[in-house]
Each structure stands twice: as structure tokens, then as C-alpha cells.
Design a protein around this ligand. Structure first.
Ligand SMILES: [Mg+2]
Length: 316
């Protein structure tokens, strides 16, 4: 709880991407807010190109912060979450990016940074799952909170022009996607929880920790961020309808779902591709890979929020 029984001020640490700061006055406004709410003088830690959030989050932990606020885009959120996961120290979300994927999934207002800050200071703690992704059998896992993509979706991210992305958001991804449409599917083997392999010729495999992707699209309508389960979709355009079949499968009524779209779910998944495909985590393009292993870590991350909807797919 943010209001401590002994009346001592809580300590908030803000890990902020200065490039995305809402303006020069924002730091002062946040400090005033902390005073109003009875919190101590906040730590203000700016990210750099060399250290996009992890080092600052560790510094915040060492300073004894009660809540570490990720102020930036999805990349900042991922770096801070990587450090906080498993510690029990709460993360706050101050969305300043383009996608703000996790914030949207948690029902946090992405258009009002100061309102979001107020919500954190007055918020309560919930726990959410995180997913750890291992590329090409690496021991070093990387955490994600919303989604991982291999193939088509990741290629969209890689080809999106940054300026365009800032101006028109989600539409930029669609536009980039259209440019990617020609090409050929790749043979893939997908195994859930070490079970029997599903074989498909895929254009894309996406793994979701929660349901909502860019632009409010519900890619995984049944996904919850706190159920200890990850959801996976394999897109395999084929036959006369090709991508039309995929679009009908994803966006059409449930009855229109077809073999172009496979929905799978479990605690872990392994995907092996015949050739390397582009790879992204929460919108950050991270190169290409032939093998991806993902495993959910249930309830590993504490989030402090005033948002009513705590978890994608949660009723009410
Ligand atoms: Mg889930």
C-alpha cells in the first residue's frame, strides 16, 4: 500500500527516457505531486542509449525505492521489468511511448502522464505474469510483458519508419505490413509444454502474455495477464484465399476461424524454424533467429496501479 501506517514518506524512483519526456516542467510537476501525496523527494534517473533502463532500475532498488516508475516507451518498461521481476518491488507505468502496450492492456490512460503518475502514487499492487524468451538456445533469457513475434509481425516492426510511427501510430505498422506481404512461408515446428510438435508453414508466430496488441486489436481475446498461461498464434496463409483467410481467422467471427490460424496455449512453447526469421519483443526488433523458447513466470512482477482493469480479459 502506498499510504504507510507509520506516516513515513514513500520513496518513488522515476526511470525516464529523456527523449520521450513530456516537457521541461514535468519533473517539477512530479515532485510537487509527490509532496502533495506525502511522498519523499523522488529519485529521477534518466536512461541513456548505453543503458536504456536496467542500470537505473538497479540503482532505484539499491536506494530502497518503494515503487520504480518506468517513464518511457515499451523498451523502457521491458528494461525496468527485467530488474524488478521476482523482487516484489512494485513497478509503476508512466506511458510516454507510441505503443504503450502494457499500459493499454492494464487499462492505464496513455494520454495523461501526470494522471498516470497520480494513479501510481495512490494505487494498489497487483501481480502479473512475465514471459522469458530464449533465442537460438541461449541461456540468457530476455523478458517480455506483452508479446513476442517471429516472422511477419517482427518484420513489420523492423520496416516501420520511425517518423511515420510517431505521426500515425498503429497505421504505420499496417502500412509497413502491406509492404511485407510478398514472400514465402517458412516451415515451423511448434511444441507446447514439451508436447507433440505441430507442423505448419508459417508467416508469423506470435506469443502473447496478454490479449491486446497495437491499436486495440484483440489478438488473443481469451488471454489474461495473470493466469500463468501464455497464448500463441501461428499464422499460416495458404490456399486460394491466402492472407484473406488469415484476416478472417483473426478478425472475423469465431466461426470464420480456419486452419490458417492456430491458437495454442500453455506454460511454455518451443518454436523451430527451417530458416531464420525476424524477431521482436514488445515491439523492439532484436534481430533474427531460428529457434525460440518461451516460458511464463507466473505472478513474477508487481505493478502498482489505480487502473480499474487489472489484467487483460479480466471481467469488469
Ligand atoms: Mg496469460
Amino acid at each position: 500500500m502506498t499510504q504507510r501506517n507509520n506516516g513515513a514518506a514513500g520513496l518513488a524512483a522515476v526511470v525516464i527516457n529523456p527523449v520521450k519526456s513530456p516537457g521541461d516542467g514535468f519533473r517539477d510537476e512530479f515532485q510537487s505531486l509527490c509532496r502533495e501525496e506525502g511522498w519523499g523527494e523522488p529519485l529521477w534517473l534518466e536512461t541513456t542509449e548505453d543503458d536504456p533502463g536496467a542500470g537505473q532500475a538497479r540503482e532505484a532498488l539499491e536506494a530502497g525505492a518503494d515503487v520504480v516508475i518506468a517513464a518511457g516507451g515499451d523498451g523502457t518498461v521491458r528494461c525496468v521489468a527485467e530488474v524488478l521481476a521476482g523482487t516484489g518491488v512494485a513497478m509503476g507505468l508512466l506511458p510516454l511511448g507510441t505503443g504503450n502496450l502494457l499500459a493499454r492492456n492494464l487499462g492505464i490512460d496513455v494520454a495523461d502522464p501526470l494522471g498516470a503518475a497520480r494513479g501510481i502514487l495512490a494505487g494498489r499492487d497487483i501481480t502479473i505474469d512475465v514471459v522469458r524468451a530464449h533465442l537460438d538456445h541461449s541461456d540468457q533469457g530476455q523478458l517480455f510483458l506483452v508479446m513476442a513475434g517471429l516472422g511477419y509481425d517482427a518484420a513489420i516492426m523492423a520496416n516501420t519508419v520511425d517518423g511515420l510511427k510517431d505521426r500515425i501510430g498503429w497505421l504505420a505498422y499496417v502500412e509497413a505490413g502491406m509492404r511485407q506481404l510478398p514472400g514465402r512461408p517458412v516451415r515451423a515446428r511448434i511444441s507446447i509444454d514439451g508436447g507433440r510438435e505441430v507442423r505448419r508453414r508459417i508467416r508469423s508466430v506470435m506469443v502473447g502474455n496478454c490479449g491486446q496488441l497495437m491499436g486495440g486489436v484483440e489478438m488473443f481475446p481469451d488471454a489474461r495477464i495473470d493466469d500463468g498461461v501464455l497464448d500463441l498464434v501461428a499464422l499460416s496463409p495458404r490456399g486460394r484465399l491466402g492472407w484473406l483467410g488469415v484476416l478472417a481467422g483473426v478478425f472475423g467471427p469465431a466461426a470464420a476461424r480456419n486452419r490458417s490460424v492456430d491458437y495454442l496455449a500453455g506454460k511454455s512453447a518451443a518454436i523451430t524454424l527451417a530458416e531464420a526469421q525476424e524477431f521482436q519483443l514488445d515491439g523492439d526488433h532484436l534481430g533474427s533467429a531460428r529457434h525460440l523458447r518461451v516460458a511464463v513466470e507466473p505472478g513474477a512482477l508487481t505493478i502498482r496501479t489505480a487502473a480499474r482493469q487489472a489484467g487483460a480479459g479480466a471481467p469488469g
